[in-house]
Design a protein around this ligand. Structure first.
Ligand code: ZN
Ligand code: ZN
Length: 385
């Protein structure tokens, strides 16, 4: 383990420059041109074989380094998108830099001992995450393990996230003069308002962990014209994909009922990527946490309140964890200016180095201990959707 730390510390000056550069140049999802270029240059300099613009995503990349001897295919995931207004309030500058650091250290091991390191550069985690396309298009076939480390105030175990289906309902009716001839109109806004009411009635009878929340995207243009078009956008979230199927059907029925009551027609579409729920591989997670504990680091149980992650889709196609690493001595909520600025501190650098060591040591142990890998694989094969 000391070798990995030594190597991570050697790389630290280079990693610090990358972290600061991405902090200074925050870019939104799928616009991360400077950030992805900086990642790519660094990885090329270190001898990685690069696949640029995979699946037509200009700011994505896949970096690979294959050892000569056989071994596991071990993946890390990098993110580098920022938030509007506050830049790197989610700390993806540090997230991406940490995964690169781990890939560089693991590369030395793979060169000597075999296996393959794959680093996925995954844009737009905050909006319509690229990991979904990578998972859907088979990029994780043959990947044995995947780790995506997220900065946080403290160290937290990899936990759960909610599956998320974005659904937009469009109602079409008929315009009419709202005062002199309302009987000729078909009110699309009413259909949408009924949909909200129906969903509110449904809400009492859904599982407590599920969430349904929506907005009126379009609701008419003038008060004296019966609206012939209304659009509502909703997020439906559940703990499992199985329950998602059941709940989504009910939500769609709420919209159908609104259309039926008003005489409108209704169409729906998924207007952003569908996120699957995160299934943490507990055997992998436990091993990773034990490595941190050996380093004297306290790891908190998984967070109890969560949203949705595109890492969820990865966790449904290969054994994966999404642990959090600490960069602070006090609580700092994410998506804030305070969190953004914490990503540049000495504590952040310490958190990054510890995490690189844990990410590398975990992969090395999996590569060298068939019984550990067998338990991870068995758990994955028996996972619940
Ligand atoms: Zn975020
Ligand atoms: Zn984030």
């Amino acid at each position: 383990m000391e070798n990995y730390r030594k190597r991570a510390l050697e790389l630290l000056p280079e990693l610090k420059v990358l972290n600061q550069y991405i902090y200074d140049n925050p870019e939104l999802g799928y616009e991360e041109h400077l950030s992805s270029k900086a990642h790519i240059e660094l990885l090329e300099n270190h001898g990685f074989e690069m696949e640029l613009s995979p699946l037509g995503m200009e700011t994505a990349y896949v970096a690979r380094f294959r050892g000569e001897k056989p071994g596991l295919t071990m993946a890390y995931l990098a993110e580098y998108d920022a938030l509007p207004g506050i830049g790197h309030g989610c700390g993806h500058n540090l997230l991406g830099t940490t995964s690169i650091g781990a890939a560089l250290v693991l590369k030395d091991y793979v060169k000597e001992n075999g296996g393959t390191v794959v680093l996925f550069g995954t844009p737009a985690e905050e909006t319509s995450g690229a990991k979904v396309a990578f998972a859907d298009e088979g990029y994780f076939e043959g990947v044995d393990l995947a780790i995506c480390p997220h900065p946080s105030d403290y160290y937290f175990s990899s936990g759960k996230s909610l599956a998320l289906v974005p659904i937009a309902f469009t109602f079409t009716g008929k315009t009419a003069h709202a005062a002199s001839d309302p009987q000729s109109g078909i009110n699309a806004l009413d259909a949408l308002l009924l949909t909200f009411n129906n969903i509110n009635a449904l809400r009492e009878h859904i599982r407590p962990s599920a969430r349904i929340h929506g907005i009126v995207k379009e609701g008419g243009l003038a008060a004296n014209v019966v609206p012939d078009r209304a659009v509502g956008e909703f997020y439906v979230r559940t703990m499992t994909l199985d329950y998602m199927e059941e709940l989504l059907e009910k939500v769609i029925n709420c919209a159908k009922a609104g259309a039926l009551a008003t005489g409108c027609t209704m169409e729906y579409e998924h207007y952003e990527a569908i996120y699957h729920n995160m299934v943490t591989n507990e055997s992998l997670s436990e091993h990773y946490n034990n490595v941190l504990k050996e380093m004297g680091i306290e790891v908190c149980p998984p967070r109890e309140s969560f949203g949705s992650l595109d890492m969820g889709n990865v966790s449904q196609v290969c054994p994966a964890i999404n642990p959090y690493f600490g960069i602070s001595e006090h609580e700092i909520p994410g998506h804030t200016v305070e969190f953004r600025d914490a990503t540049l501190t000495d504590l952040a650098m310490e958190g990054m180095v510890n995490t690189i060591v844990a990410m590398v040591k975990t992969m090395v142990d999996c590569n060298e201990k068939p019984e550990l890998m067998a338990s991870i694989k068995e758990e994955f094969d028996n996972r619940k959707r």
